[in-house]
Design a protein around this ligand. Structure first.
Ligand SMILES: [Zn+2]
Length: 420
């Protein structure tokens, strides 16, 4: 697999550049193909801006801005440190690391597993200060009620869960790498695609219950409301659960996840406690909008379209890393290089993924209004969500473009105002 010095290495470089451009082009096409119809254009903000000025005091806006600015700093710090840890493992190894890699290389498959486990633990530990900073920030602003012990337990459980795919993934990757050579990416893409579908299916029934309790939404006015809206939307909701989010924080939310037999609508207990009837209706109708428009499948389809070239990028990038370090292409040094390139690929592909997500969320807001016939309910909901979750109503444009999974509060109010 190692192209060695000279023209073969240069060919790998050209192929890497071509694949990067190809992957970007495919992801843009995938967004265009999968974005739902935009509906009427969102009116340019004066109405929404005046709603914000009416409903929030300057002190509230600046407090939310303060909270979110610190949050962005912590998020960015965590991201940079993760990349730095992986880059150091690939490009800057001390004598101890080199001896360790040589030792692990004596049994490549077991060595790869240990390498995968080690990287996973290292990344979890490197992230701990940021996790604690986010926890402290949430407590300072009154959003998080969870104690330190329970937060550390959450961190340890998440780290333990992450170990499983990291160890198995490294083993399978090494096996395929040694067996398939240049065709590695084809098998890797197939497996990652299967993994995406399986985790979407099993996550809500296997992983989520480790962290929270999920109870069926009991008979009562809320359940009647959900069923009435589902009926109007013409969708099969699957199960409707209430999650004990209040164990950790005071934020208000709801989501849909799972596919097939694990499909479900999940409502935070905080939402049931804090929202009035029209806000609750707008929230549930938004989630049912996702079910109606099959948005989980839309997300999976995006993944299926971008995974193949993403996997080729990871393979070519890994070869380039090994070549640069003169590492054996058959040793465990393959694993950190694969991890670094996969992290970079995921980060870059997340950007078009978020463009798609924002358009899907905007459409779910419009579907919500169609189902409830109550744009004011959606405006009230956005105000309530922003207030209780301390959302930045109008985040910095660059941040919103790169990382925003939902339209900003200001845009969501504008969507509702536009539907009047
Ligand atoms: Zn949504």
């Amino acid at each position: 697999m190692n192209p060695g010095p000279g023209p073969v290495g240069r060919m790998n470089g050209y192929a890497l550049i071509a694949t990067t451009l190809g992957a970007v082009a495919v992801s843009v096409l995938a967004v265009l193909l999968l974005s739902p119809g935009q509906g009427p254009p969102v009116p340019d903000g004066p109405a929404a801006a005046s709603v914000v000025a009416e409903r929030f005091t300057p002190a509230e806006l600046s407090r939310a801005d303060d909270y979110r600015s610190w949050g962005r700093l912590i998020g960015l710090g965590s991201l940079i440190v993760q990349l730095l840890v992986l880059a150091l493992l690939v490009f800057r190894r001390g004598p101890v690391m080199l001896r360790l890699l040589a030792w692990l290389g004596r049994r490549p498959l077991v060595g790869a597993m240990l390498c995968g486990a080690g990287i996973s633990i290292l990344l979890s530990v490197a992230d701990l200060p940021f996790d604690l900073a986010a926890w402290q920030l949430g407590r300072d602003f009154g959003l998080i009620s969870q104690g330190l012990g329970s937060r550390l337990l959450d961190w340890a459980m998440a780290a333990a869960i992450a170990l499983v795919p990291a160890t198995l993934g490294a083993l399978i990757a090494m096996f395929l790498w040694l067996r398939l050579g240049k065709r590695f990416w084809i098998a890797a893409a197939g497996l990652v695609a299967i993994w995406a579908v399986v985790t979407t299916w099993l996550w809500p029934v296997v992983v989520s219950p480790v962290f929270n309790n999920f109870d069926s939404l009991r008979e009562g006015s809320e359940r009647t409301e959900v069923m009435r809206l589902a009926d109007r939307a013409g969708v099969e909701v699957g199960e409707v659960y209430v999650v004990d989010a209040s164990r950790r924080s005071s934020t208000v939310n709801a989501y849909v996840n799972g596919i097939g037999s694990s499909k479900r609508v999940v409502i935070y207990d905080n939402a049931i406690r804090k929202l009035d009837q029209s806000e609750f209706r707008a929230l549930v109708a938004h989630e049912l909008g996702h079910v109606k428009d099959q948005d989980l499948w839309r997300g999976l389809a995006f993944a299926m379209l971008v995974i193949p070239l993403g996997a080729l990028f990871v393979q070519l990038g890994t070869v380039a890393c090994l070549r640069r370090r003169n590492d054996s292409p058959e040793g465990p040094a393959v694993i950190p290089a694969l991890a670094l390139m996969a992290t970079i690929a995921a980060l870059v592909l997340q950007i078009p993924g978020n463009v798609l997500s924002r358009s899907v969320e905007a459409r779910a807001d419009r579907t919500s209004i169609q189902l409830t016939g109550d744009p004011q309910g959606l405006v009230d909901l956005q105000v309530r969500l922003a207030r209780s979750n301390l959302s930045d109503v109008d985040p910095p444009a660059v941040w919103q473009f790169l990382f925003g999974t939902h339209p900003s509060t200001l845009d969501r109010i504008a969507i509702a105002e536009g539907a009047r």
